[in-house]
Design a protein around this ligand. Structure first.
Ligand SMILES: [Zn+2]
Length: 409
């Protein structure tokens, strides 16, 4: 019964996702939308459609293989076999759990590695975006796996130890502990994690720096530091983001953004990021994440020891750690639904931050030209299908953002 429920919902979501991608490909327009005719010539538009096509096909192949491997692993009794192999060492249950998680995570990372290589060195390369050397790629993956290993290892250790000590009543204290750990991680992110991947420097003296200081003072935005990071070492694509919180918050600008945009455009992008802070998006996003986590643990307390769950996946020994893994597979489609709601809220926030930027600068045009330049440089799909947008997009399609900004003129 549970097995059928899981298979049906997993396949249901997969088919919905495939449908969205097919509709997206079919909806690629013949001519450039009027608003973008000044930045997309015929050749660039053709390349942007080709880029969308290749990426969509790539995503289709990846998600098919991912689901296929999960179902195959389940069908050959992988969850049970792995648990038996781990149990042979007669460690404590928490140690067994950490080894069980580590093997599954390593397997997944190894499986996805060829796809990441293909994406960076074939697709991104072909369109002239890739600047990652093999050395940087290898170093990035090692650092990424190390950080993921330490962070998820720590979280898994805390959660499993608590379940082991308090049984199913542990859900609330599990949530409190993971909430505290995630607050610490977000706080230290700009000073600990960011420098591991990027060389950071301060914005040099000049009109940009003056503009930023003036903007921060006017908006009463106590920014700790405005960082420039060397994104150009990996990709020619440009970006800007907000990181950290409280007294440790920073805005990071890619050097690629600074090199390709005018000072008014850069100030508009910064004002957008400040808008996320002033309109409490960062805080709301965090609360939404913590609320999801609370529901996740509450659900876990109901599900992870249910015999039906273990029977469905062919596992005989009912441990907390295997229960947690199976529970996460069981709720995958539900997490996807929460993702759809989260994406919707995030897109709404993007419109609000755009509006904030336009009002702060007193003119929507610098942000409009910045958005158009960004999509031109990254060959964005100008007309993604609404179903694909609702499933995966945290940012509204750029054409919608520009049209919303035009209304403010
Ligand atoms: Zn934003």
């Amino acid at each position: 019964m549970i097995a059928w429920f899981v298979i049906t919902t997993l396949l249901g979501y997969y088919l919905l996702d495939c449908t969205a991608k097919f509709l997206n490909l079919r909806g690629l327009r013949q001519e450039v939308p009027k608003e973008f005719q000044d930045v997309y010539d015929a050749d660039r538009f053709r390349r942007s459609k080709e880029y969308t096509r290749l990426n969509t096909q790539f995503d289709l192949v990846t998600s098919t293989i991912e689901l296929g491997i999960l179902l195959l692993f389940w069908a050959i009794g992988g969850f049970e076999e792995l648990d038996r192999s781990v149990s042979k060492f007669h460690f404590q249950p928490v140690t067994n759990g950490l080894i069980y998680f580590a093997i599954l995570a390593a397997g997944q990372a190894a499986l996805m590695l060829p796809f990441r290589i293909y994406h960076t060195f074939v697709i991104e390369q072909r369109f002239g975006f890739n600047r990652t050397t093999i050395k940087t790629f290898v170093a990035d993956r090692l650092k990424e796996w190390l950080i993921a290993g330490i962070v998820t290892g720590l979280l898994a250790f805390v959660v499993l130890s608590l379940f082991q000590a308090f049984g199913l009543h542990a859900w609330l204290i599990c949530w409190i502990c993971t909430a505290v750990i995630s607050v610490i991680l977000v706080y230290i992110a700009p000073t600990v994690f960011l420098p591991l991947f990027f060389k950071t420097s301060a914005v040099p003296e000049g009109p940009l720096r003056e503009g930023v200081t003036e903007l921060a003072a006017r908006e009463n935005f106590p920014i700790r530091e405005l960082l420039v990071i060397d994104g150009s070492r990996r990709s020619s694509k440009a970006n800007a983001f907000f990181t950290g919180f409280g007294s440790n918050k920073r805005i990071a600008l890619y050097d690629t953004l600074i090199n390709t945009h005018t000072v008014p455009e850069l100030l508009a992008v910064l004002a957008h990021e400040v808008g996320h802070y002033k309109k409490h998006h960062i805080f709301r996003h965090f609360v939404y994440g913590q609320f999801n986590l609370l529901l996740l643990f509450l659900g876990a307390s109901v599900c992870i020891t249910r015999p039906e769950l273990f029977t469905a996946f062919g596992v005989t020994n009912r441990s907390y750690y295997v229960g947690l893994v199976l529970y996460l597979i069981l709720i995958q489609p539900l997490s996807a639904l929460f993702g759809v709601l989260g994406n919707y809220l995030s897109r709404r926030d993007e419109f609000e931050a755009d509006r904030f930027a336009a009002e702060t600068i007193g003119d929507p045009n610098p942000l409009i030209t910045a958005l158009k330049r960004l999509s031109k440089e990254s060959l964005s799909n100008l007309t993604p299908h609404p179903l694909l947008v609702s499933l995966h997009f945290t940012h509204p399609p750029v054409l919608e953002r520009v049209l919303a900004l035009r209304k403010l003129e």
